[in-house]
Design a protein around this ligand. Structure first.
Ligand SMILES: Cc1cc2nc3c(=O)[nH]c(=O)nc-3n(C[C@H](O)[C@H](O)[C@H](O)COP(=O)(O)OP(=O)(O)OC[C@H]3O[C@@H](n4cnc5c(N)ncnc54)[C@H](O)[C@@H]3O)c2cc1C
Length: 457
């Protein structure tokens, strides 16, 4: 009706849901957000942020251990597990508080409870405090309930000795020897994290390279760094059982090998939080529990959207946030004119290991398998004065461009601050900049970014 505000009901308060809520409210919608657990979602409180906080602590330890190389007296550095736990809780509290006050500042109504679709325009919220269910009518519904770790039948997860990623911030005790199952992004970050804390680590890698699907040269650089740091790699081995006996955990693999440690950590992917969401009641099509969406993140129902991991696109916090914003704009009619759809092929991503790894856009291997003509240029960080100053000249920058036009199509970076540096290439890929644009940019000297200009030449 004219003059009436559009009613948004959003289920799930992670980056997808909260970003949609604040943007829709700013655009004049009446917004209700239902969150059953933690404002900020798994991203802020269970996955992304606590893992990066622990990795940063491990990084600080490694730097201190290398103090002599920077002209400092040797220092004895010990991990303080209680202080680490306090640090993580404090970061989580600050983030939850800042998201909660942002939502309040935009007059978003927050219901602490579990949301479920009851029809194509109706949602019920069961409040956490046990009070009566709240029936809500909506013009626009956004589903952003995220995902959780996948646990196969053979894994006796107990949160003590056999862990998922969600038991590891930090775990009940520092593992003497951690067996990590799964060598995707999450698995390798945990290998790096616990190795830097001083745990012995064995990694079970089901294929012949860590980081399946990533540039083989990038994966090889990480494998070498793991081997140099004493990580044991079981290549081409699939875990199929875990036995716990007292303080010993044995992971048996399909090739007959066994890895024995004090703890095991499972990092073999995630599943969507959708089984109790009422998708069928509302006529929302789904596949493997993920909501099927179009390029506007719209489901099979013309006013029900899905954001974040539930949409089955790239499971990244950054992607969830952008989807949330785009959904708010689309539902509020801002996409009537020309606009840019989200292009997942241009999303930058990073792996917070040591060395750090980041990439964006077209990968060299993918271009070859598609038979596409590309120009690949690569420069090692060892040419950089800043890398020498940092006492860390490992890694390289690789740029993939179009040989005819010079347009930057993609790139990979292995090395210190790769996650920050990749933003320059991400901007180039999104904006259609050329290698000449990079070469002619006046970068700071001395800075690691100068290597981007050199790799573009
Ligand atoms: C170990 C790990 C590290 C990661 N690191 C990074 C990283 O460095 N960078 C990055 O970009 N991404 C990272 N990710 C991925 C990132 O965490 C996810 O992509 C992101 O959390 C997805 O956001 P979301 O909004 O879809 O869902 P979530 O953050 O999962 O939030 C969903 C919310 O919905 C709530 N909810 C679920 N069901 C209901 C219901 N029925 N009613 C009400 N509320 C409900 C949940 O309680 C939760 O708070 C990492 C993931 C893992 C596992």
């Amino acid at each position: 009706m004219p003059g009436e505000k559009k009613r948004f009901v959003i289920i799930g308060g992670g980056p997808g849901g909260t970003s949609c809520a604040t943007h829709a409210a700013r655009l004049g919608a009446d917004v209700t957000l239902i969150e059953k657990d933690l404002i900020g979602g798994a991203a802020h409180l269970l996955d992304c942020i606590p893992s990066k906080a622990m990795i940063a602590t491990g990084g600080a330890m490694s730097m201190m251990k290398g103090a002599e190389a920077m002209g400092l007296a040797k220092v004895d550095v010990q991990l303080d597990f209680d202080a680490l736990r306090d640090r993580i809780v404090s970061i989580e509290d600050q983030l939850e508080e800042s998201v909660t006050s942002l939502l309040a500042s935009q007059s978003v109504r927050l219901i602490e409870g579990t949301g479920r679709l009851t029809g194509s325009h109706t949602v019920v919220a069961e409040p956490n405090d046990g009070s009566d269910p709240i029936e809500l009518e909506a013009d626009v519904i956004v589903l952003s309930t995220g995902s959780r770790p996948r646990i196969p039948d053979w894994a006796p997860i107990d949160g003590e000795r056999v862990l998922t990623t969600r038991h590891a911030y930090p775990p009940p005790e520092l593992p003497e020897h951690l067996v990590v199952i799964g060598s995707g992004v999450t698995g390798v970050e945990f290998v790096h994290m616990f190795n830097s804390f001083g745990s012995e680590v064995t990694l079970i890698v089901s294929r012949q390279q860590v980081l399946p699907g990533k540039d083989p040269e990038v994966a090889a650089a990480l494998e070498q760094s793991f081997l140099d740091r004493g990580v044991r790699l079981f290549m081409g081995a699939r875990a199929e059982s875990i036995d716990v006996e007292g303080s010993q955990v044995t992971v048996r693999c399909d090739d007959g090998r066994s890895a024995v440690g004090s703890h095991a950590l499972l990092a073999i992917g995630s599943i969507p939080n959708s089984e109790a969401l009422g998708l069928d009641e509302a006529g929302v099509e789904h596949e493997w529990g993920y909501v099927k969406v179009d390029h506007n993140n719209l489901s099979s129902q013309p006013h029900i959207y899905a954001a974040g991991d539930l949409s089955g696109k790239l499971p990244l916090s950054s992607v969830a946030t952008t989807q949330g914003r785009k959904i708010a704009q689309h539902a509020m009619g801002l996409h009537a004119g020309p606009h840019r759809h989200l292009d997942y092929d241009k999303a930058a991503s990073a792996i917070f290991t040591d060395p750090e790894i980041a990439d964006v856009g077209l990968a060299e291997a993918d271009a070859f398998s598609e038979g596409r003509k590309i120009r690949v240029t690569k420069v090692p960080f060892s040419v950089s004065a800043k890398a020498l100053i940092n006492n860390d000249s490992r890694g390289f920058v690789k740029i993939v461009s179009d040989p005819a036009t010079g347009v930057v199509l993609g790139g990979s970076i292995v090395g210190r601050h790769a996650a920050e540096l990749i933003s320059v290439l991400a901007l180039a890929v999104t904006a259609g900049l050329t290698v000449t644009d990079l070469v002619e940019s006046l970068f700071v000297h001395p800075a690691l970014a100068e290597v981007l200009g050199e790799a573009a030449e």
